[in-house]
Design a protein around this ligand. Structure first.
Ligand SMILES: Cc1cc2nc3c(=O)[nH]c(=O)nc-3n(C[C@H](O)[C@H](O)[C@H](O)COP(=O)(O)O)c2cc1C
Length: 188
C-alpha cells in the first residue's frame, strides 16, 4: 500500500495523475490532502476534492491522528508527498510532526520505508536547500518536479507524465509514461 499526501504547493495535477495511474493498476492507496492543497486543487484544476478522494482506497484528513498509519505499528510500503510544499519539507527536516503528512514522513524515515518528496518551488532559499539536504541525508528521495525535455515533450500532459513516470520508476512500478533516452539502442 502506498500512502500519498498532497500538500499546498503548486502542481496539484502531479498528485492527481499519480493517483489515477495507481487506480488504473489497482494498486492500493491511502490519501491525505492538506487544507492548502484543497485550495490549490480548486485554483489549478477542474477536479473537485471529492473526486480526488475517490481515487484512493482510504482517505484521511491532515489533522486525523486516529489514522491507523499514523503509528509505525501499521504497515504501508512507501509514501509520496506530491506536490510537497517547502513548509512541509521544513517541518519534516526539523522534526515538527504536527499533522498526518509530516507524521507519515517521520514513520518512513524512522522505520526505513521509502519516502519520496516532490517539491515544485523555484528559486530555493538557503533555508529550503538546507532542509532538502537534511531530508536527503535522513533517507528521503527528493524528486523535484523538473521535467526533462529530451523526449520532445509537446503538451502539459507530457510534462506531468514525465514526473509521474519518474516517481513510478522510484516505486519500481512498470510504466511507459517516459520516453526514455536512446532506449531504442538497447539491443536484446
Ligand atoms: C496558489 C498557491 C500556490 C502555492 N505554491 C506553493 C509552492 O509551489 N511551493 C510551496 O512551497 N508553497 C506554495 N504555496 C504556499 C503553501 O501553500 C503554504 O506554505 C502552506 O502553509 C503549506 O501548507 P501544507 O504544506 O500543510 O499544505 C502556495 C500557496 C498558494 C495559495
Amino acid at each position: 500500500m502506498i500512502f500519498i499526501c498532497m500538500t499546498g504547493a503548486s502542481g496539484a495535477i502531479y498528485g492527481i495523475k499519480l493517483l489515477k495511474f495507481l487506480r488504473s493498476r489497482d494498486i492500493e492507496v491511502a490519501l491525505c490532502i492538506s487544507e492548502n492543497a484543497k485550495k490549490i486543487i480548486g485554483i489549478e484544476t477542474s477536479y473537485s476534492v471529492e473526486e480526488i478522494k475517490k481515487l484512493s482506497n482510504y482517505y484521511y484528513e491532515n489533522d486525523d491522528f486516529s489514522c491507523p498509519f499514523s503509528s509505525g505499528s501499521n504497515l504501508f510500503d512507501e509514501a509520496v508527498i506530491i506536490p510537497s510544499s517547502m513548509k512541509t519539507i521544513g517541518s519534516i527536516a526539523n522534526g515538527i510532526y504536527s499533522n498526518l503528512t509530516t507524521r507519515i514522513a517521520h514513520i518512513c524515515l524512522k522505520e526505513g520505508r521509502k519516502l519520496l518528496l516532490v517539491p515544485r518551488e523555484t528559486p530555493l532559499s538557503l533555508i529550503d536547500l538546507k532542509n532538502l539536504l537534511i531530508v536527503k541525508e535522513a533517507g528521503a528521495v527528493v524528486l523535484p518536479a523538473s521535467p526533462g525535455f529530451y523526449g520532445r515533450l509537446e503538451s502539459i500532459d507530457d510534462l506531468v507524465n514525465f514526473i509521474v513516470g519518474k516517481i513510478l520508476d522510484q516505486l519500481r512500478i512498470e510504466n511507459n509514461l517516459i520516453k526514455r533516452w536512446n532506449s531504442e539502442r538497447f539491443v536484446e
